[in-house]
Design a binder for this molecule. Structure first.
Ligand code: HEC
Ligand code: HEC
Ligand code: HEC
Length: 137
């Protein structure tokens, strides 16, 4: 219960920060997960698959943590992550940085559907960042 209240507070503050911060860029093989993000007015999640694959064995995630081999095929939500399931098994401030860093995961352009990203062209970068680049020129 305490955790849920803390999360609700963090949600309000960090959702605002997330909107204004620079975002990670999507690369080949990244998985975009957007079962719930858009409808919750969060940016869709970019999961950098290759980044994780070179650090962990497949079985860590696909057997031990129960991730199915399908983009968008897992019923992942924030409460489960905070409870230490899915991404939260590692993104807990111990194995990797914690869930407070909303924008590091919720980094796709709003409206990007669930997919395995096939291209090296940086299509998923947020419009906010593109605008910032234009202003620099
Ligand atoms: C750190 C965790 C993690 C590791 C390690 C990992 N995966 Fe994944 N994998 C995921 C997640 C998360 C998804 C997307 C699931 C979703 O969208 O719900 C995924 C999706 C997939 C998919 C379906 C999407 C696609 O690219 O076609 C395949 C196939 C896959 N993984 C294979 C592998 C293989 C093979 C390895 C080892 C070489 C591996 N994974 C290692 C977490 C991991
Ligand atoms: C380690 C990665 C990660 C971090 C960090 C993270 N999220 Fe998420 N979040 C996810 C994933 C994966 C989903 C499922 C996405 C989907 O299906 O659309 C999700 C879903 C959500 C949803 C959809 C509805 C729900 O309740 O699940 C909301 C809202 C959300 N996150 C808010 C946040 C906020 C606010 C923060 C920061 C306090 C945050 N997230 C941090 C990975 C993360
Ligand atoms: C098996 C452990 C594990 C799981 C599960 C896991 N991560 Fe990670 N993740 C890591 C580690 C370790 C790092 C590197 C942290 C660092 O550099 O401090 C990382 C880094 C990242 C990064 C930053 C990549 C970069 O380029 O710096 C993102 C984004 C990310 N994870 C998202 C997710 C999302 C979304 C999920 C769930 C769908 C997830 N992770 C599940 C361990 C994991």
């Amino acid at each position: 219960m305490k955790n849920m209240i803390a999360f609700a507070v963090a949600l309000g503050i960090t959702a605002m920060i997330a909107m204004f911060t620079t975002l990670a860029q999507a690369e080949y093989g990244d998985v975009v997960i957007n079962n719930y993000s858009d409808e919750s007015e969060m940016r869709p999640v970019v999961f950098p698959h290759w980044f994780h694959r070179i650090r962990f064995q497949c079985k860590v995630c696909h057997a031990d943590l129960g991730f199915k081999f399908e983009a968008g095929g897992n019923d992942i939500n924030m409460m489960k992550i905070i409870d230490g399931e899915y991404c939260g098994a590692c993104h807990n401030g111990e194995v990797a940085w914690s869930v407070e860093n909303c924008n590091l995961c919720h980094s796709a352009k709003p409206g990007t559907p669930t997919q395995v990203h096939e291209s090296t062209i940086q299509k998923l970068v947020s419009p906010a960042e593109e605008m910032a680049k234009k202003e620099e020129q």
